[in-house]
Design a protein around this ligand. Structure first.
Ligand SMILES: Nc1ncnc2c1ncn2[C@@H]1O[C@H](COP(=O)(O)OP(=O)(O)OP(=O)(O)O)[C@@H](O)[C@H]1O
Length: 232
């Protein structure tokens, strides 16, 4: 687990952001549609090249590092599991890819599936599990990659409201002591998961503070609406 420093300027998207995340800290990024949240995750993950800026993780400068070598795992809204592989093989994929022997990779996969409460699904295919279960498996797969930084882009967005609390609880355990950024439009996610909340509007940071402070005394237009429950 490492600290993150990000500076990203993407002129064509109107984005100019500087962001620090301390080692072990979880930061919630929130803001209106089109504010630039996913673009920032793309820059950190190496999927999107900024016009100017820098991504540093620990003491490594990542700007020229390809996505797979960054030590960053990105969990998208859609779990994107490999459909032709079992749940176990999906989770064991990253350790196998970095040269871990099969038996050890399977042990690691079971450990992470257990961490997210999905160990009983190991033998199933992604087509044989529910959306909520698939999202748990995707969390286990991200953890199995042993990332220095975990990025979650609205991980509950595709789930029914009634299964969100269970995944939120899973993430609460998984994110403790891990460096992570979660993009969310849900104050409950921020409250349960984040040490700090950063609000982005029109490509710029308009508020940044401890979760309790931002949620109890919001300053930005978006945070006021978020807390009042008028965003959904
Ligand atoms: N693939 C793309 N090509 C060009 N412009 C894009 C692309 N994706 C996003 N944009 C633009 O970049 C800006 C930021 O979008 P981004 O998706 O990062 O916002 P967001 O805050 O994640 O929004 P949402 O909450 O809707 O997911 C917007 O103006 C958007 O139109």
């Amino acid at each position: 687990m490492s600290a993150l420093y990000l500076r990203a300027v993407i002129a064509r998207r109107g984005i100019d952001v500087t962001l620090d995340v301390a080692a072990g800290e979880t930061v919630a990024i929130t803001g209106p549609n089109g504010a630039g949240k996913s673009s920032l995750l793309g820059v950190i993950a190496g999927l999107l090249r900024p016009d100017d800026g820098e991504v540093r993780l620990g003491d490594r400068v990542l700007d020229a590092t390809p996505p797979h070598a960054r030590g960053v795992a990105l969990l998208a809204q859609d779990p994107l599991l490999f459909p032709h592989m079992s749940v176990l093989a999906n989770v064991a994929f990253a350790p196998r890819a970095r040269g871990v022997r099969r038996r050890r990779a399977d042990e690691l996969a079971i450990r992470h599936l257990t961490e997210v409460g999905a160990e009983t699904l190991s033998g199933r295919r992604p087509t044989e599990i529910s959306g909520g279960q698939a999202q748990r498996v995707a969390v286990a797969r991200a953890l199995a990659a042993d990332p220095e930084l975990l990025l979650l882009d609205e991980p509950m967005a595709s789930l029914d409201v009634d299964v969100r609390p269970a995944l939120r609880q899973t993430l609460r355990t998984a994110l403790a002591d891990r460096t992570a950024i979660i993009v969310t439009h849900d104050a409950a996610d921020a409250r349960a998961l984040a040490d700090r909340v950063v609000v982005i509007e029109d490509g710029h940071v308009v508020e940044d503070g401890p979760t309790e402070q931002v949620l109890n005394d919001p300053q930005s237009g978006f945070a006021v609406r978020l807390v009042s429950g008028s965003i959904k």
